[in-house]
Every structure is written in C-alpha cells, then in structure tokens.
Design a protein around this ligand. Structure first.
Ligand SMILES: C[S@@+](CC[C@H](N)C(=O)[O-])C[C@H]1O[C@@H](n2cnc3c(N)ncnc32)[C@H](O)[C@@H]1O
Length: 256
C-alpha cells in the first residue's frame, strides 16, 4: 500500500501540482495544516513544500505509514516542519492545537461516521480556517481501449460492491455534508485525469500494483478463471504499450 500511494503521487503528479497550488493559494501566512489519514505523506510533503512557513501535523492510525512519512520528511529536509500523530480518527480527536487548514485526501471515505468526523474538523479549525476533502470518483483504470477493458470494468464493479459492503463512504456529496456541519463558501473542483499510452515505467508499476491489490481483494468473489486471467494481465503489463491511466477525483474546499 505504501508503494502504491507513493506511485499515485508520482504518476498523477500533474493533478497533484494543480491541486496543491490551488489549495496553497487559500492558505495565508504560516499556517498549521493537519493532514487527516496522511498515509505515506503525499499531501503533508507537498503542502510543506508549497507553503514554506507552514507546519504540518500528519495523522494516521498506521504506525508503518507514519514511519515512512517521517523518513521521507527527514530526507526532504522537512523533518522540522512535519510532525506525526498516531490516532484513530473514529475516536475522539486529539488536540492538534490552533489549526488553519485540514487536508483529507482519500481518507474521509474511511471514517466510520462522516458527520461526526466533519463536526470534529469544524471544532478543530480556527474561525476562517479551511477544510479540503479530496476523494476518488473512480479508481484508476489502465486497460481502456484494449482487449482487456471489459474484464477490468467487471473487476471494478466487484470491488465497488466489496467497498460498499465494508461500509466505506465512496461517492458521498462532501460539499453538502460540509454545509450541514456548518462550513461555508464550499467550492468544488472535478479532475478528469487521463494519461495516454505509452506509459512510463513508474505508471506500469502503478498499474501492476493496483491490479495486484484488486486480485487480492477479490479472492473468493470471482470465478477462479477470472482470477487467473487477472494474474496473467498483471504479470504482462511491463511489456505493453497500450496501457493508459484514467481516474476521476473531486475536491471540495470550505471555510469554518
Ligand atoms: C487511501 S489512504 C490515503 C493516504 C493519503 N492521504 C494520500 O492521499 O495518499 C487512507 C489513509 O487513511 C488512514 N486511515 C483510515 N482510517 C483511519 C482512521 N480511522 N484514523 C486515522 N487514519 C485512518 C489509512 O491508514 C491510510 O493511510
């Protein structure tokens, strides 16, 4: 998962650059940013770079993610401005101190009770502070326009069912939820991301890891012939020049 998240940032770098420069313009002075479900550190590092006076508190329940994030921050010379907090955000939140911006990328859908998480975010922000939620409308697809496209679409449909059964909050209208929690000035941006073939090696590795993760997640849910076909596809990606990357993301920014 750590490598997949790092590759997500590398492969989708144009999207992240656009997003971070937009969000960066919304932060004034030397903000304190709290990164919820910080993962491998994509948002924490990018925001610390974009906002040279900022301090970042990176929060996650996974000590492995936080250890990786800290070592990336040290290597990037940002160790003095990025601090980690291990916490389960489904429980009452720790006091993060005065907070100017909360960033939650691909993490809000994991919260057991989104309304409660938004209330906690509202309480944690200083008046005027910003909440940014970035979510996936669709997980990356790599085989569009190839003979394997239909298979990939079936896999995604099955994964969507699995996420729904697991209680993940995909496809929420976070803007409406933000307004209900008392946030104002909600802005929404949609990003349609498409990388055309031929893909660089990093994107092929990203594809192999994504499909491998789906294979793992669909064990016992698909006929074994499909799983074998998926393994064959995932194993042969490095030599293909017909792969693309397609994914859609939506980002909401609102003020307390
Ligand atoms: C899909 S990753 C996103 C990571 C990162 N924000 C990014 O955009 O690359 C979701 C992260 O949320 C964390 N997470 C999930 N549920 C959580 C919870 N209840 N409390 C804290 N972190 C949580 C996971 O450990 C994981 O690192």
């Amino acid at each position: 998962m750590i490598e997949l998240l790092d590759l997500d940032a590398e492969v989708l770098q144009d999207y992240f650059r656009d997003l971070i420069s937009w969000v960066g313009r919304e932060a004034a002075g030397r903000p304190h940013v709290v990164d919820l479900g910080a993962g491998s550190g994509t948002g924490s590092l990018a925001l610390a770079r974009e906002l040279p006076g900022a301090t970042v508190t990176a929060v996650d329940l996974s000590p492995q993610m936080l250890a990786h994030l800290s070592s990336r921050a040290e290597s990037a010379g940002l160790g003095d401005r990025i601090h980690t907090v291990e916490a389960d955000l489904d429980q009452p939140w720790p006091d993060f101190g005065p907070t100017d911006m909360i960033w939650a990328s691909a993490s809000m859908h994991h919260m057991a009770d989104p309304a409660k998480a938004l209330d906690s975010a509202f309480a944690a922000l200083r008046p005027g502070g910003a909440l940014v939620i970035a979510e996936l409308d669709s997980f990356p697809r790599f085989l569009t326009g190839t003979p394997d496209e239909e298979m990939e679409l079936r896999l995604h449909a099955e994964m969507a069912k699995r996420r729904h059964e697991a209680g993940l909050h995909m496809h929420e209208n976070w803007g409406d939820r933000m307004s209900q929690a008392g946030f104002t000035s909600v802005t929404q941006r949609h990003f349609d991301i498409e990388l055309r073939p031929p893909l660089p090696l990093s994107a092929k590795r990203y594809a192999a890891l994504s499909l491998g993760r789906m294979r793992h997640g669909l064990e016992g849910r698909l006929p074994s012939a499909d799983l074998v076909a998926l393994e064959e596809i995932a194993g042969g990606l490095a030599g293909r020049d017909d792969l693309s990357v397609r994914t859609e993301r939506t980002v909401w920014l609102a003020r307390r």
